[in-house]
Design a protein around this ligand. Sequence first.
Ligand SMILES: *Cc1c(COP(=O)(O)O)cnc(C)c1O
Length: 377
Amino acid sequence: MIKKEKKVLLNPGPATTTDGVKAAQIVPDICPREKEFANILERLQCDLVKIVHGGDDYSAVLFCGSGTICMDVCLNSLLPENKRILVINNGAYTSRAVEICQHYGLSYIELKFRDDELPVLHEIEDALLKNDDIAVVYTTHNETGTGILNPIREIGALAHKYNCISVIDTTSTYGMIPIDVEADNIDFCMSSAQKGLMAMTGLSYVIGKTRLIIESEKYPKRSYYCNLFMQYEHFIKNKQMHFTPPVQTVYAAVQAMEEYFFEGEKNKFLRHKSVNDAIHNGLKKLGFKEYIKKEQQSGLVISAIYPDDKNWSFNDIHDYCYDRGFTIYPGVIRGTNTFRLCSFGAIDASDIHDFFKTFEAGLKKANVEIPVKYIAG
Ligand SMILES: *Cc1c(COP(=O)(O)O)cnc(C)c1O
């Protein structure tokens, strides 16, 4: 039933999945109100906490939606009355968090940094010192727009020093870069099944300190469908998600979880790294420049800068590669034209070698000069 043709997705999610995960969706029809399904969800939640080494103090709360639902849930659910959120913003995904704050009319302070630089810790501390009404410190781990990796452990430590909770968007690192919520000073993190877990879209999860989830019952309820405490409580009381879960997507996630633990945290990290190294080397050989300094990169997303060549067209090279099974992705950086190559998903370095053969052939066909040229140096 499954077409075996392999597609290599280098876009920032959904990621390439294994045949095992694809096949896991074909199951007998089941009503998700049945105990059999409740047991599956309960185990999945435990495993989701295990991936970030959460232990007994943490719980996973499931939502039916793409990754942004978790950003929405955390921001709208975890802010006490008359308090503010400090948003540490150095890129497109944290800018989305700012938009969510604006949409709900939440009180927030945006601390903005350049998108090609790490947030400055003493400026964060200054903001926390000057504003004692901050209750939530929010930032993104791997800023998927550029591929910069933010110092979340240090930011979390600052949050705790000033009695704030830390909420970290780990959507594009969870299950790929090892995370230890205790050691990394994370109170809440999040992800979506189609990213690090290499499963299907439609299932997302917040992992957070149970004590803080329970405390948030007192906070203003700003959403009905997307409230963290309500969803948490409903599962504790009824062993069900509040509303219809993405049934087949859950089965795929269960299979992906099994494959995750079979591959192992360290091996998976090293595989993603080897894919990233292969992308880096392939770009370098063709003369492409990268937007973020190598030592600040997450190792999961590379933003390459468009060459200065009248024959270069992102859309043309995209289409050439897409027709041959490789998907590349445009950038989101304002002021610099970039495209992104991500090392998510069930791929390895040999897929990248194949990709670069195709990519180079596409450049040659378009008469783009190789190595590619840049006007300024
Ligand atoms: C992918 C991603 C999201 C969620 O995006 P969706 O399109 O809603 O799945 C959120 N934050 C980061 C950092 C991401 O990489």
